[in-house]
Design a binder for this molecule. Sequence first.
Ligand code: ZN
Ligand code: ZN
Length: 336
Amino acid sequence: MKIKFWGTRGSLPSPLAAHQVHDKIVQALAAAHGQNLPTEEAALSAWVARHLPFSVRGTFGGNTACVQVSTDGPDYILLDAGTGLRDFAHDYRHQHRRGSKPGFPVGAHFHLFLSHLHWDHLQGLPFFYPIYAEGQHLTIYGAHDKIEEAVRAQFAAPYFPVPYEYLKAKINYQRLSPGQNYEIAGTRVRLCEQNHPGLSYGYRFEHQDRVFVYSTDCEHKQAEAAAADYPLLKFYADADLLVFDAMYSLEEAIYSKADWGHSSNVIGVELAARAQVRRLALFHHDPHNTDAELEETLFNTRMYAELYHQEKGRQNAPGKFPAEVLSSYDGLEVEL
Ligand SMILES: [Zn+2]
Ligand SMILES: [Zn+2]
């Protein structure tokens, strides 16, 4: 399985502003000052990758939730339809361009799994070009009531100019239930109910011997999560990659933003360690957080994972869990 992140922000798209790009250039020039820089472009690119922190040479991005799961099968698997879905569609269109016209392959099937129906998980759908083309097939999965109504509403006047009836792709809906096992697009899929305003659902995908868990928009309450039979622990167990809602700091998650429906990096590390997750990816970044702040959060999370392992991990389990902590960003690809 290969996982590609097309959108990693929570709540609201948050593109970089001009002054933030300016600041990155200033920091890059300051770091390059007095260095014996190569002049050849490829060598310069390698220097940038080696010497500048990610927050200076790149960005975590501003698109809201959309993640792609690729297997060796022909179908497309997508999780959530935040604004990152537009970038996926753009890439798809680019790959299937015939001359100046799009030439989408007839019979392409997209499987879109929705965690829930909040806007940051739906807003990209009207900009998903394949739905305007004949010969494309979109199946939308979820466990909520009224998913079709919510999707149709994205196209309703006065909010969007193209009515749902105009869509040319075949679109169908499949209601899923937590606890059931499904075989979809060559993968085994399960859902788990999550604590979030209006509820959300996590998805666990198994393919060959790999496990991927997508668990966003979930508030793990300390007391409940501490229990040995906490349902999400079993749901996360032995994942090769866990995408985790780490929108808030520990203080925000417990005090100032309690009951807002999101979690912290700290509980992410603890649950990943207890569930023996190999890689933990922080996700659903707060739109207020800058690249430098997200980079600092990643650094602190790695430190905490190391301390947690030293304190608790060695007594509990052989091996180190999570072995790796990363912070997702728009465009990141992870091979499982
Ligand atoms: Zn969200
Ligand atoms: Zn939400």
